[in-house]
Design a protein around this ligand. Structure first.
Ligand SMILES: NC(=O)c1ccc[n+]([C@@H]2O[C@H](COP(=O)([O-])OP(=O)(O)OC[C@H]3O[C@@H](n4cnc5c(N)ncnc54)[C@H](OP(=O)(O)O)[C@@H]3O)[C@@H](O)[C@H]2O)c1
Length: 264
């Protein structure tokens, strides 16, 4: 018996070891999802990678395999409940189990409220909110049945604070944080932890219109106590923590990785 088994406080960094765990990452093809998938693989997890663009998740699967982990690419549109059920089923069939779901696939339409079409508002909510519900419901059936599981809902600082021109996106992220809390309560006694991970601004395709505009880029830097944008690898520690035994008594929380933005 190891010291860690006798005395859990002596497990040290082994608390963060994901060896033998299987994680699903939605929106894995690029941006934050791609980096977080690699971070989970580097911590030992096998990965099911989901998005609509097959070549992107296939190339990531090859990269994960180079790290010595197993990976499957499962083309998925998260707005479809049936597709999310099929994603979880494919994960179990091809990787043997599922332990972690990272709901990450997201989109944005930035414009003033008075310029939104009903279709644009619906589309943002369909991907960002309903997509997370679909993923959580599909994976949650397994997690509750097996008595363990981790759901990580990638939210945003805009779930907690507001900015102009973000009506649909901020509404979706605020709703995700509430969904996190409801799921955490419903599944707490089943041994399933559900948390939100809320990034500030990171350079990805999603935020290209902002960082390529000097005025908007500077606004974000000025508004951030640490004075800069985040780098995708700076989410690695938070996602590994929320996916691992290190967070076993943490549920229903919003972990903001924001360079101090929300501390104002
Ligand atoms: N970047 C930031 O500064 C920032 C800040 C706070 C929060 N976030 C959140 O972090 C998450 C990732 O953002 P990101 O910046 O990495 O975005 P991104 O670079 O635009 O990547 C978005 C990913 O989501 C996938 N996706 C979009 N719609 C989908 C759908 N219907 N079904 C399945 N996959 C879909 C995309 O792939 P396909 O188009 O191929 O499907 C892509 O892989 C989002 O939830 C976003 O709101 C980002």
């Amino acid at each position: 018996m190891s010291a860690g088994e006798e005395r859990p406080e002596l497990r040290g960094t082994q608390l963060f070891d994901l060896t033998g765990r299987v994680a699903i990452m939605t929106g894995a093809g690029r941006g934050l999802g791609r980096t977080m998938a690699l971070a989970l693989a580097a911590a030992g997890a096998d990965l099911a990678l989901a998005s609509r663009t097959a070549p992107e998740i296939e190339s990531l699967a090859a990269e994960v395999e180079q790290l010595g982990r197993r990976a499957v690419a499962v083309p998925t549109d998260v707005t479809s409940p049936e597709a999310c059920e099929a994603l979880v089923a494919a994960t179990v069939e091809r990787l043997g189990r599922v332990d972690i779901l990272v709901n990450n696939a997201g989109m944005n339409v930035r414009k003033p409220v008075l310029e939104f079409t009903p279709e644009e508002f619906d589309q943002v909510l369909a991907v960002n909110l309903k997509g997370y519900f679909n993923g959580a419901q599909a994976a949650g059936r397994r997690f509750v049945a097996q008595g363990s599981g981790k759901v990580i809902n990638v939210s945003s600082i805009l779930g907690s604070v507001a900015l102009a021109n973000q009506a649909a996106y901020a509404s979706s992220k605020g709703a995700i944080d509430q969904l996190t809390k409801v799921l955490a309560l419903e599944w707490a006694s089943a041994g399933v932890q559900v948390n939100s991970l809320g990034p500030t601004y990171f350079e990805t395709e999603l935020t290209r219109p902002l960082y390529e505009d000097p005025e908007r880029k500077a606004f974000i830097e000025d508004r951030t106590p640490m004075g800069r944008w985040g780098q995708p690898h700076e989410l690695a520690g938070a996602v590994i923590f929320l996916a691992s035994d290190a967070s076993d008594f943490v549920t229903g929380q919003i972990l903001l990785v924001d360079g101090g933005w929300t501390a104002w």
